[in-house]
Design a protein around this ligand. Structure first.
Ligand SMILES: Cc1ncc(COP(=O)(O)O)c(C=O)c1O
Length: 377
């Protein structure tokens, strides 16, 4: 056994029972049938909407799963960090969109070999960031495609659509930059609760992109790429809105957040944390999955997470290595029992693991490396 990964001997013993003692807890399980269903469903959605699918790999950070998405028809992938781009490129993935303002010499130097090889599209929401890309383009000896990020309401990064033409014309004038289009992320869809309100966020996302596109075209900048749509908003967008590609990430595994946002059904959640009961008292049970495994993200409906198939369960608190939960009336657990926890935000849970265990027909069938775990810069 080395670190948190399983031994070579255990790998050769696959398929194995999820209660097999070599499988130590807490660990991440991925239901492979549900994963395949999620990948196929989003590919079909993109096809129907006549848009390209560019999954955001920050959810799984795994070459194996990125290849599954590409094999199912994805046009390329999207990453948030240079580290993710490096890992994905090392696995032979060519078409990579870096959907983040990349700043500073250290990161730009690491991007250089990737950009020199081609296939990298960059994102900027201001001239200062794009100036760094212009220097990078000179060093790479090639023109770099760049997307201008638009704020469609999240108030995170991105220029207001009304400002888009002005910023775009300055970026497009830089040496070595080809401004090929616009990008947005409507992450504020998580802030609403009713399904019609989510649809309204998506409609505003589409309108913001149409406004930005018009602004660029008025500056005679052709807009080839209109990149929008997450797991939550992509179902409400299509080519009819002028969108050319969607970038959902979480859909690949789903979690209680996407469930709460009407983006999946309970049986479409592929990722669970397998945890052991380490202590039982009259009022609660304690699992060995705490905030360093499940994270502290909570939602009004699902709290800090749920124990699968135990509907009355809820977490009362998490400390770093302890998850304190109460069970429903008549429900019982003993020390040593194992349970599957449905996480609130799977992307962060995955990032905390070095590998996940793929489950097929109730057995561990595969070890999935989280190749880009902790590559946050
Ligand atoms: C820029 C960008 N694009 C796409 C996504 C994918 O969103 P989701 O995981 O909700 O599908 C994210 C999520 O954080 C993002 O930040």
């Amino acid at each position: 056994m080395s670190g948190q990964t399983i031994s070579a001997a255990a790998r050769t013993a696959l398929p194995a029972d999820i209660h097999d003692p070599w499988l130590d807890t807490p660990c991440l399980l991925i239901d492979l049938e549900v994963l395949d269903g999620n990948v196929a469903r989003m590919a079909a959605l993109a096809h129907r909407a006549r848009v390209e699918l560019r999954p955001h790999v920050k959810t799984h950070k795994s070459l194996r799963i990125a290849r599954t998405q590409l094999d199912a028809g994805a046009a390329g992938i999207c990453v948030a960090t240079v580290g993710e781009a490096e890992v994905m490129r090392s696995g032979g993935i060519e078409d990579i969109l870096v959907a983040y303002n990349i700043i500073g010499e250290a990161k730009l130097a690491r991007l250089l070999p990737l950009c020199a090889d081609g296939g990298i599209t960059l994102t900027a929401d201001c001239v200062e960031v794009a100036e760094g890309y212009s220097t990078l383009a000179a060093a790479a000896g090639r023109t770099l495609p760049v997307l201008l990020e638009i704020d469609s309401g999240m108030r995170r990064t991105g220029v207001h659509p009304a400002e888009a033409g002005n910023v775009a014309s300055k970026i497009a004038a830089l040496q070595g930059i080809e401004l090929v289009g616009i990008l947005t992320h409507a992450g504020h869809a998580h802030d609403v609760t009713a399904q019609p309100d989510i649809e309204a966020v998506a409609r505003r996302e589409a309108r913001a992109m149409q406004q930005a596109r018009d602004a660029l075209e008025r500056q005679r900048i052709p807009v080839r790429v209109v990149s929008a749509g997450s797991t939550i908003t992509a179902p409400y967008l299509s080519a009819d809105d002028g969108v050319t590609e969607i970038r959902p990430g979480t859909y690949v595994f789903n979690d209680l957040r996407t469930l709460e946002m009407y983006a999946c059904t309970p049986d479409q959640i592929a990722g669970t944390v397998l945890a052991s009961v380490v202590s039982v008292s009259e009022e609660h049970v304690v699992l060995n999955a705490g905030s360093k495994t499940l994270t502290m993200t909570a939602t009004p409906q699902h709290g800090l997470g749920k124990i699968r198939n135990r509907p009355g369960s809820s977490f009362v608190r998490l400390s770093e290595e302890h998850g304190v939960a109460t069970l429903g009336e008549g429900d019982e657990l003993r020390v040593g029992d194992r349970v599957q926890v449905l996480p609130i935000h799977i992307c962060v849970c995955v990032d905390l693991q070095q590998e996940a265990y793929g489950v097929a027909q109730g057995k561990i069938a595969e070890v999935i490396r989280i190749d880009a775990a902790r590559r946050s810069r």
